[in-house]
Design a protein around this ligand. Structure first.
Ligand code: AMP
Length: 213
């Protein structure tokens, strides 16, 4: 069981989701992905889903008040069950980071996956996922053995609407403007563990496990 919570920072496509799901199984820690939460709401056509659909699909950020409330509720739930968790995709703005501070959320490390922009652009254009089991694949590095179908359940794999080139450009622009300052926010707090793209995924996982177990 993990001893501490984790906040993952990094550009879209830097590997936050993939590493989080591996840690979930290895360290009994739960992944809270705000992107997954929004996609699920959109899929289920809930009131929230309808409200955020156009925003998410265009690559913009959902307003802080909506996102903060969702995360606050999840954290309360996790803490009530004494369950450690990974924040994957939150905080994405300094305002969101300050909101977390207000919740007296102290027990965490911040892992920053530092990957070059061109690498993530290439990765995102080759990313496919299964809408049913959520497994993610990549044509170049992790192609489904049954492509274009999912290895787990045989479902047809799809690309995310926001992985199309225009939305990717917008997401990276917003990342630079809104999310890059969050890295400095945690660096100043001495909370940051930076992992570069040169570290391979197993080494990355081991490094994180060393700290949290
Ligand atoms: P992700 O799966 O993390 O790439 O997130 C997909 C999309 O969900 C983002 O491009 C945003 O539209 C929305 N989203 C996810 N997390 C946040 C957040 N912390 N703040 C605002 N919007 C978010």
């Amino acid at each position: 069981m993990a001893r501490t919570n984790i906040i993952f920072l990094g550009m879209p496509g830097s590997g936050k989701g993939t590493i989080s799901s591996i840690l979930e199984t290895k360290a009994n820690i739960i992944q809270i992905s705000t992107g997954d939460i929004f996609r699920e709401e959109i899929n289920n056509k809930t009131e929230l889903g309808l409200k955020v659909k156009a925003i998410v699909e265009s690559g913009s950020y959902v307003p802080d008040d909506i996102t903060n409330k969702i995360v606050e509720n999840k954290i309360i739930q996790m803490q009530a069950n004494n369950q450690k968790f990974i924040l994957d995709g939150f905080p994405r703005t300094v305002q969101q980071a300050m909101f977390l501070d207000q919740l007296n959320f102290e027990d965490y490390i911040v892992v920053y996956l530092d990957v070059e922009k061109q690498v993530v652009i290439d990765r995102l254009s080759q990313r496919y996922f299964c809408k049913v089991c959520k497994k993610s694949y990549n044509l170049a590095s992790f192609k489904s053995k049954k492509h274009p179908y999912c290895e787990n359940d045989g479902e047809l794999l799809i690309q995310r609407v926001d992985d199309q080139p225009e939305a990717v450009k917008k997401r990276l622009d917003i990342y630079e403007k809104e999310t890059a300052p969050v890295i400095d926010f945690y660096r100043r707090k001495n909370k940051l563990l930076t992992i570069t793209q040169h570290d391979n995924i197993n080494e990355t996982i081991d490094k994180i496990l060393d700290i949290i177990l």
